[in-house]
Design a protein around this ligand. Structure first.
Ligand code: MN
Length: 143
């Protein structure tokens, strides 16, 4: 075991229990530490308290929606370098623009592809932050 290896911490914000538990299970299997939140207020609290390395943030959540949570976090100095990834079934062109404006660094489409998820998370942790704009030119998301 590598002594210097510190597992990355991922905050998963998702109000759908089945979806949240699936993502948690997949990421725990890959060695990540996971923190969970079920609504916008809890998302802000956990983000500030737990200082995650990445936030996977559902757009449609109770209290504050994902756009609002992302905007508020990106207004804080400590979240400038933290990737906040939209977790959404609505990644149509107009939504992707809203996602960029809100300050998200990328998105992962729902329903989640459990084989692709670990690589997507790893890429975002490594700073693959241009993916929304790149994806917009290359493809139309069907959903
Ligand atoms: Mn939701």
């Amino acid at each position: 075991m590598e002594k210097t290896h510190i597992p990355k911490k991922i905050l998963i914000v998702e109000d759908n229990e089945d979806s949240r538990e699936l993502v948690v299970k997949v990421l725990k299997n890959k060695g990540y530490v996971t923190v969970e939140a079920v609504d916008g207020e809890e998302a802000l609290e956990k983000a500030i308290a737990e200082k995650p390395d990445l936030i996977l943030l559902d757009i449609s959540i109770p209290k504050l929606d994902g756009y609002e949570v992302a905007k508020r976090l990106k207004n804080m100095e400590e979240f400038q370098g933290i990737p906040i990834i939209a977790f959404t079934a609505h990644a149509m062109k107009g939504d992707r623009e809203k996602i960029i404006v809100a300050g998200f660094e990328g998105y992962i489409s729902k329903p989640v592809n459990i084989r692709k998820l670990p690589e997507q998370i790893r890429a975002y942790l490594k700073g693959k932050w241009e993916s929304i704009l790149g994806g917009e030119e290359k493809q139309d998301i069907d959903c």
